[in-house]
Design a protein around this ligand. Sequence first.
Ligand SMILES: NC(=O)c1ccc[n+]([C@@H]2O[C@H](COP(=O)([O-])OP(=O)(O)OC[C@H]3O[C@@H](n4cnc5c(N)ncnc54)[C@H](O)[C@@H]3O)[C@@H](O)[C@H]2O)c1
Length: 256
Amino acid sequence: MNILDSFKLNGKSALITGASSGIGKRVALGYAQAGAKVAIVGRNLENAQKAATDISAQTGAEVIAISADVTVQEDVDRMIAEAVDVFGSIDITVCNAGIATVTPILEMPLDEFKQVMDINVNGVFLAAQAAANQMIKQGAGGSIITTASMSGHVINIPQQIAHYCASKAAVVQLTKGMAIELVDHKVRVNSVSPGYIMTELVEPYTEYHKIWSEKIPMGRLGTPEELMGIYLFLASDASTYMTGSDLIIDGGYTAI
Ligand SMILES: NC(=O)c1ccc[n+]([C@@H]2O[C@H](COP(=O)([O-])OP(=O)(O)OC[C@H]3O[C@@H](n4cnc5c(N)ncnc54)[C@H](O)[C@@H]3O)[C@@H](O)[C@H]2O)c1
């Protein structure tokens, strides 16, 4: 076996939630470059279609757009059904959609707390559960990857994001729990925990960029392109002995 061949995704199909922008869009690009057929899922079909057209033009891969809100069970079921209709199977699913807000915990309205939990935790649960059931039905196993965060491991300051940290810690544990329950079905489940990555999610928080950079041992935020390799590794046959793991990619932030 040539190790580089094990990273190829030819003949596989992948679905990525929250893939119209940021990390998800780069993961989709990486999978398309590696030979997979890719479904881009976003709440807004026009944005998802734009990302799909971009990636298809760059790679020549078959890339489709699906609109779904990951917090809505019917949307999630339809999202899997639409991808299976077109591709015939789903071998890789990345549960990546997520949001963040900054609000001190003492002033946090219950609705805001619930919204972050709903998208970041319930949305990951629904998408991962639906993908796992489809993979089990297909009978050949698969790889599910969740996007957690270094905020699931440490409380990163000065921004006040206790709710976000709690949601991402839940994603890390949900991932491990699913990995163990699905092990006999050959469905692997792992999470990626990024540190600060310059995407649409963090760009608006300009007041923090310098403060964050000074706290990161590498002295800068990461780029979404710098995560493409780790998501490809977890999706591919290069990681066949890996399940229930969490990979932190944070420029050294949580090492100190
Ligand atoms: N950027 C960072 O520094 C960073 C660090 C750690 C973890 N993360 C996580 O990475 C993931 C991707 O974030 P990003 O930085 O690429 O930001 P982003 O805002 O570009 O991507 C998030 C995507 O999720 C989509 N989304 C939100 N709610 C949704 C819903 N209910 N249904 C479907 N899609 C929905 C958004 O429209 C967006 O396209 C998130 O889970 C985020 O928490 C980001």
